[in-house]
Design a protein around this ligand. Structure first.
Ligand SMILES: Nc1ncnc2c1ncn2[C@@H]1O[C@H](COP(=O)(O)OP(=O)(O)OP(=O)(O)O)[C@@H](O)[C@H]1O
Ligand SMILES: [Mg+2]
Length: 336
């Protein structure tokens, strides 16, 4: 090993959706983790891809400069730059990818393309106490719901996926139907704390294997609300807490019933959750309870590493750099 490789210092950039983020990692320790969230989408009730790409262009340089400054690292000290290659919005990914390429060319260092979903799971490696391999991870984010068997830091097998909406989408669309602003997941969680989870019964989709489905639940809520509002125009306002609690209960139960089956069949003893929905209070509580009931060990990453961030991209970059993996500058700046 050369003197330089004894210390591995990487910059990481995340721009897959509506957060522009940069982190600096040295020997697998995060030195800085900066996230700039785009507020512009709030007024539209969802992310507008064109606006997201433009906002990334405005934010990326200040965010990277801030991360380097906070870490006390100069660009010339970097050994490589990890960036989100996909999945994500093409216009958003292009900004992070091209920025990385330009910087890597100027500094003559490698670029390391990272899969965003692998990074959500790898957020576990940033915790002081991390799961032993193999473990099963429930990835619940805005765009994905997957059960993943994690065999080694970079060796992950998807054993189940949603066939339609993601869990985060189910929360966000519930919020939209209730007239709440985007992103609605955290608000549903807040109102649900004050309501009765058994006030209303919503259906749990029975999908074969380890698959999930949330589109039927969405339709069921729509018909339920239409009927309620027809009978009483103030139905939503009067019953908001109970509706949120019942929907949250149904989504969490759907997620954990299937996950429990998968863990038992995989015969692993350590489990994790990842992605933005893992911030959900009921999911966290029930996840811990599930582990305690079965004698499993439960792991939940720190909150700031659950939603989109560049620290999780950095840690995958670190393991890839160690394995000698890099992405040619001639590669497309995004991948699906
Ligand atoms: N407390 C909460 N309860 C329920 N959902 C939540 C909570 N906090 C955040 N969410 C949801 O998490 C999602 C955002 O998570 P994340 O940032 O991981 O997703 P994403 O990056 O947009 O999607 P992906 O990673 O699949 O591309 C949103 O759908 C949001 O509503
Ligand atoms: Mg994400």
């Amino acid at each position: 090993m050369t003197e330089k490789q004894d210390t591995i210092t990487l910059l990481a950039i995340e721009s897959s959706c509506d957060d522009t983020a940069a982190a600096v990692i040295r020997n697998c320790k995060i030195l800085a983790n900066i996230v700039s969230s785009q507020e512009i989408h709030k007024e539209y009730g969802g992310v507008i891809p064109e606006l997201a790409g433009r906002a990334h262009q405005q934010h990326i340089l200040p965010v990277v400069k801030k991360a380097l400054k906070e870490a006390g690292i100069e660009a010339k000290d970097l050994d490589g730059i990890a960036y989100t290659q996909g999945p994500g919005l093409m216009g958003s990914l292009l900004v992070g990818g091209h920025f990385t390429k330009g910087m890597c060319m100027a500094l003559n260092i490698p670029s390391i393309g990272v899969n965003h979903l692998q990074a959500h799971v790898a957020a576990h490696y940033l915790n002081e106490s991390m799961p032993n391999f193999p473990f099963l991870c429930l990835l619940v984010s805005g765009g994905h719901t997957q059960i993943i068997k994690v065999k080694a830091p970079l060796d992950m097998e998807i054993i189940g996926s949603t066939i339609d909406d993601a869990a985060g989408e189910a929360f966000d669309k519930t919020a939209k139907m209730l007239g709440l602003p985007y992103p609605g997941g955290p608000l549903i969680d807040q109102y649900a704390e004050l309501g009765n989870p058994l006030a209303y019964q919503f259906p749990i989709a029975r999908i074969e294997g380890y698959g999930y489905s949330f589109s039927g639940l969405k339709t069921s809520l729509l018909y339920f609300l239409q009927k309620g509002v027809k009978e009483d125009p103030d139905f939503i306002a009067k019953n908001l807490n109970d509706i949120c609690a019942s929907m949250r209960y149904t989504i969490v139960k759907t997620l954990l019933d299937k996950f429990e089956k998968a863990v038992k069949e995989a015969d692993v003893k350590e489990i994790g959750i990842a992605g933005g929905v893992s911030a959900n209070k009921l999911l966290r509580k029930e996840f811990e309870k599930l582990a305690a009931k079965n004698g499993w060990k439960a792991f939940i990453p720190k909150f700031e590493y659950c939603t989109d961030n560049a620290a999780m991209i950095a840690v995958v970059g670190h393991y890839k750099f160690l394995a000698g993996e890099s992405t040619p500058l001639s590669a497309l700046p995004f991948a699906r």
